[in-house]
Design a protein around this ligand. Structure first.
Ligand SMILES: [Zn+2]
Ligand SMILES: [Zn+2]
Length: 102
């Protein structure tokens, strides 16, 4: 009944410690910074889509030196990708508008 609660305290402390070190050492960009950049990317794509004439222009993916991004490099929106950059923390890909070649 009157058992010692030290165990719980130690457990809570351990949890706290592991959370303060929650930044994945493989990701130098925090998920927070990434999600901010991601929302900018989504807005940028929307703005580009609004001002782009799909009959004459296309939005092209530029960049990508990892296996996730490199297949999208040089591909037009809708043909190879529809999720705007950045795709992941540290991603430095961007989009640009190019005249369609006929
Ligand atoms: Zn990448
Ligand atoms: Zn990328």
């Amino acid at each position: 009944m009157n058992c010692c609660s030290c165990h719980n305290h130690i457990h809570a402390k351990a949890l706290q410690d592991s959370e303060s070190g929650s930044l994945n050492p493989f990701l130098r960009e925090s998920m927070h910074a990434f999600s901010l950049r991601k929302s900018v990317g989504v807005q940028t794509l929307q703005a580009l889509l609004e001002k782009t004439d799909p009959g004459k222009e296309e939005i092209v993916w530029q960049g990508g030196d990892c296996e996730v991004c490199s297949p999208r490099n040089g591909k037009a929106f809708g043909l190879g990708w529809d999720n705007p950059p950045p795709l992941h923390p540290q991603c430095d890909c961007f989009m640009y508008v190019r005249k369609r070649r006929r």
